[in-house]
Design a protein around this ligand. Structure first.
Ligand code: XIL
Length: 331
């Protein structure tokens, strides 16, 4: 594993190659991570509830540890994430008496969270997913219902970017989302980001999560999407790439090992994805996997309980899979 060509060197002329890591995997996958990747994202350790579990009380130990891991191995760090409907402490939206806070209070809390976190990691985190997953998956709905939206109104989005920019003017600020190549959702993301930009909001890029599988998205959808997003004149980061071996509606839980055939199909998918990423490498400046090797993935048990998955180019023993060799051919 550590005697084969480094992925990040293979793609060095095109984009950085990242992995989502956590407090465990920086130990259990240390050699693999430091060999093949030159960027990391904290899988959970920089989310609101982890950094800021109570008002005026921050817990930075785990996040700090990931930052030193990155320094030690000369990796860049993407920050994930500041404003999201998930993994955000309940206190943020509540007054002491348990009632809902007012708009001004919530904006103040958002601002002080963003300021504290960005200032702490100034110069160490070069890009932030400022706002995560606010566009709705439902056709008739633009924004996802959330406490942020309910209490503040639509401008919680632009405010988050403004607070982030004034806390760290050098950080690249991203809007990040999934189902990014589903045409209806893509158009909503596109028009939201377009109007943010037109209104002078400091936004520098779009994070395309890329939680994909063996059939979605098609090459055509990717191409149409990249064309559309690229036309906004912002950077694109692939932020959470994994290739599930199950299609969206597949509820099977009986597969205990991946078959050769599945791994072959996955390798062909990776080949197709990286060919097109390369083609768009003037706008795609970073590609991050949501993990690194098949011994750990958030897709085990999600969205189907009791189901295992094998979404990465390295297997459970950190050995290169067919996908890895295809990636080298592409590079
Ligand atoms: C996931 C983590 O991988 C899990 O460990 C956690 O339980 C839930 O969140 N979109 C995102 C990521 O932006 O933060 C999510 O990460 C995966 C989907």
């Amino acid at each position: 594993m550590t005697d084969c060509k480094k992925l990040h060197e293979a793609f060095g002329d095109y984009f950085s190659i990242g992995a989502a890591v956590n407090s465990k995997t920086i130990h259990t996958q240390c050699d693999l991570l430091s060999h093949h990747f030159n960027s990391i994202t904290a899988e959970n350790e920089m989310k609101f509830e982890r950094l800021h579990p109570r008002e005026h009380h921050y817990t930075f130990e785990h996040a700090d540890r990931l930052i030193s891991f990155a320094k030690e191995h000369e990796m860049e760090v993407r920050g994930h994430t500041l404003v999201w409907h998930n993994q955000t402490s309940k206190w943020v939206f509540e007054r002491e008496d348990g009632n809902v806070v007012d708009r001004q209070t919530l904006l103040k809390r958002m601002q002080s969270h963003i300021e504290t976190v960005l200032k702490r990691y100034k110069g160490q985190i070069y890009a932030w997913d400022v706002v995560n997953e606010v566009v709705s998956d439902k056709d008739e709905e633009m924004l996802r219902p959330s406490k942020w939206l309910d209490i503040v109104g639509e401008d919680f989005i632009s405010k988050a970017f403004e607070y982030a920019h004034s806390a760290d003017p050098n950080a690249l600020l991203f809007y990040n989302d999934y189902n990014e190549f589903v045409p209806k959702k893509r158009e909503k993301i596109y028009s939201m980001v377009k109007s943010l930009k037109e209104n002078g909001t400091p936004i520098h890029g779009i994070g395309l999560q890329a939680h994909w599988n063996l059939e979605y998205p098609t090459l055509d959808l990717i191409r149409q999407g990249l064309e559309r997003y690229a036309s906004l004149g912002l950077q694109l980061h692939i932020t959470e790439l994994d290739v599930s071996v199950f299609d969206h509606d597949d509820r099977r839980t009986d597969l205990v090992e991946p078959t050769e055939a599945l791994m072959e199909m996955q390798a062909n998918r990776y080949e197709m994805f990286f060919n097109i990423f390369k083609e768009y490498s003037d706008v795609i400046t970073s590609v991050t996997f949501w993990g690194a090797a098949d011994d750990y993935t958030w897709l085990n048990d999600f969205p189907v309980r009791g189901r295992r998955n094998w979404p990465f180019p390295f297997d459970s023993n950190h050995q290169p899979k067919k996908s890895y060799w295809k990636l080298l051919d592409v590079a």
